[in-house]
Design a protein around this ligand. Structure first.
Ligand code: SF4
Ligand code: SF4
Length: 178
């Protein structure tokens, strides 16, 4: 295996022996969101084996994956495909390659920023930051209003005692990436 290849980058980051994939397609057959993907989970593995970096990192699939782990438990070779999808989202975010899904990566980063700054999700902050970044202010506005009226969206974040520990987790992860 070429140590500079995309395959070796994903193998090292995930610890998964994805070279063992023999394309039985059990992963894709059990994936609940396969219908919305542009390349199926088994095809993602094949493209990685062939070092098709841009094809994989620019796909919709890695952002549509719901991390349900159905594929991982079905794989006869014990390849943790859900973990590989997670690794691919991280590599894609840092790669500068245009993502196949426009809004999902934005939501992903806003979600993590909110957890980092507040220790837990505060829906209103999340929605406002997401809207500011996508500049799509009115989509789902009526749904948001209904949720607010039913008390599902709070104006202020609830108090949470573990904020410092959460920040430490983020800091140690970011140091590990350097
Ligand atoms: S289930 Fe495992 S071996 Fe089969 S195609 Fe998917 S990743 Fe490959
Ligand atoms: S973890 Fe992702 S790719 Fe695997 S079955 Fe679930 S949604 Fe599909």
């Amino acid at each position: 295996m070429n140590t500079n290849s995309f395959l070796s980058e994903v193998v090292q980051a995930s610890g998964e022996t994805l070279q063992a994939c023999y394309q039985c397609q059990k992963c894709s057959a059990g994936c609940p969101v396969a219908y919305a993907m542009d390349i199926l989970p088994n095809q993602v593995l094949r493209h990685i084996q062939y070092d098709h970096r841009e094809k994989v990192l620019g796909s919709k699939t890695i952002w549509i994956c719901a991390s349900c782990y159905a594929c991982s438990v079905r794989c006869p070779n014990n390849i943790d495909i859900a973990k590989i999808m997670d690794i691919l989202r991280g590599i894609s975010s840092r790669s500068g390659i245009k993502p196949g899904e426009k809004d999902v990566p934005v939501f992903h980063s806003v979600f993590l920023d909110t957890i980092k700054s507040k220790g837990r999700i505060h829906e209103l902050s999340l929605i406002l930051q997401f809207k500011a970044k996508t500049r799509d202010f009115f989509k789902d506005a009526s749904l948001g209003w209904k949720m607010y009226r039913k008390g599902k969206i709070k104006l202020l974040p609830s108090k949470f005692g573990g904020g410092r520990e959460i920040k430490e987790i983020f800091n140690s992860f970011e140091k590990g990436k350097r």
